[in-house]
Design a protein around this ligand. Structure first.
Ligand SMILES: [Zn+2]
Length: 402
């Protein structure tokens, strides 16, 4: 982990300019960052439209960013990753600094491992893989259905198949679980990611989570979560870090989960906004409200399903809808990936498709179980090329050295 604290210095042959990699500091704001690097604030912030300005608020502490300097050590380019798909690109053209949001190039691999249980699943996965993230997603997936305390036996097995993103040869962003299997007293339990992006158990029943699927009853989703989307009219890359539920003005909005209200007031383009803090670092946001329900204010504890306000169109909004966000430790995540509650049972055609998917997954699981597939550790990464849009034609040129 020492690597994290090192600043990588190296020279690209093509431009004889230096690319540095550094970390976004805790509590650092975009404006302070610009000032620190003596970059002009007007073209890189004040002249941007509201959406781009809001994007700049998405920088999170610990995120690695890259700076390319020319031979006079003046900044040529900056890449600031906002999430695992979109990044801010600041660059100099004819002596002037420009701002744009561009996609991040990454590749995704499907990976798998099987492990013999030595202690708790969490401990076992950590021991075999050294990955906190893998341990976390495994235990979170089974949290509501299995009791690991009583039924874990040494020698039983765990298998995980998941998708992992790589950027510039390094593991990047959260793995996405495809299927997980745990034996408990020799009985196998499964969780599958279905084609509808929801998780189901072996019977085709949806796995229950801690948040409600819909904070507005019967509402239609009018805009999905996306970490990057190309706006065809504005010809720009944007992000929509929440889900929009279209509903009539005044329709009640309920708390998606139990927690404490930490904000209930106007906030810029969000309009009337409620933020609720939940367990495990989760936070939900409800924007554009017409009004708050009486008594909903900062510090108030609310229960899952309790009305907190009413659908409206305050702030930057084109019509009545709820803009709903889910964040984990500040980072926006897709609510549909986590919010799995209206326990759905698959039927008919959907069930049939699920059974096919399940059969294929089970075959893979058995294969990994029989082969005792080992978790593969990545070789140490040596940076070759960071600013891919400039010096690397694709992400693939930046493979780890081995
Ligand atoms: Zn929205």
């Amino acid at each position: 982990m020492i690597r994290i604290f090192l600043l990588f210095l190296f020279t690209t042959t093509l431009f004889s300019a230096e690319v540095h990699r550094d970390r976004w500091l805790n509590g650092e704001t975009y404006l302070v960052f610009l000032e620190k690097l003596s970059l002009p604030i007007r073209p890189l912030y004040y002249n941007l439209d509201k959406d781009d300005q809001r994007l700049t608020e998405e920088m999170r502490s610990g995120v690695h960013y890259q700076i390319l300097r020319d031979t006079n050590s003046s900044i040529e380019q900056l890449l600031l990753p906002l999430n695992d798909e979109l990044q801010i690109h600041i660059y100099k053209r004819q002596g002037e600094y420009k701002f744009e949001a561009i996609p991040i190039v990454s590749s995704t691999k499907t990976e798998a491992f099987s492990a013999k249980i030595v202690s708790s699943p969490n401990y076992t996965i950590m021991k075999y893989t050294g990955s906190k993230k893998l341990a976390q997603i495994f235990t979170a997936s089974f949290r509501n259905s299995l009791n690991f305390k009583n039924d874990i036996r040494k020698g039983d097995s765990i298998v995980m198949i998941y998708k992992q993103k790589y950027r510039l040869g390094e593991v990047f962003s959260m793995p996405i679980l495809q299927v997980a299997m745990i034996e408990m007293r020799h009985k196998k339990h499964y969780i599958y990611l279905n084609d509808d992006s929801r998780y189901y158990d072996e019977k085709g029943h949806e796995v229950e989570g801690f948040l409600l699927a819909r904070p507005v009853r019967g509402a239609r989703i009018s805009s999905y979560f996306t970490k990057r989307r190309y706006h065809p009219v504005l010809h720009k890359w944007k992000a929509h870090l929440g889900i929009d539920y279209a509903a009539r003005r005044g329709t009640p909005i309920v708390a998606a989960g139990s927690g404490r209200v930490i904000y209930a007031a106007r906030m810029g383009s969000y309009g009337n906004l409620v933020k609720i803090r939940h367990a495990d670092g989760y936070e939900t946001r409800y924007a554009h409200m017409k009004s708050f329900r009486r008594g909903i204010r900062r510090g108030k504890y609310v229960k899952k399903g309790q009305t907190i306000g009413y659908v409206g169109t305050t702030g930057r909004s084109t019509g009545p809808h709820l803009h709903f966000e889910l964040r984990k430790r500040g980072r926006a995540i897709n609510p549909l990936r986590v919010v799995q509650v209206t326990t759905k049972k698959l039927k008919g055609k959907e069930k049939k498709a699920f059974l096919v998917l399940q059969k294929n997954y089970n075959e893979s699981i058995n294969l990994h179980l029989n082969n005792q597939t080992q978790f593969k550790k990545l070789p140490t990464f040596t940076p070759k090329c960071y600013i891919h849009s400039l010096t690397c034609p694709t992400d693939e040129t930046a493979k780890p050295n081995n």
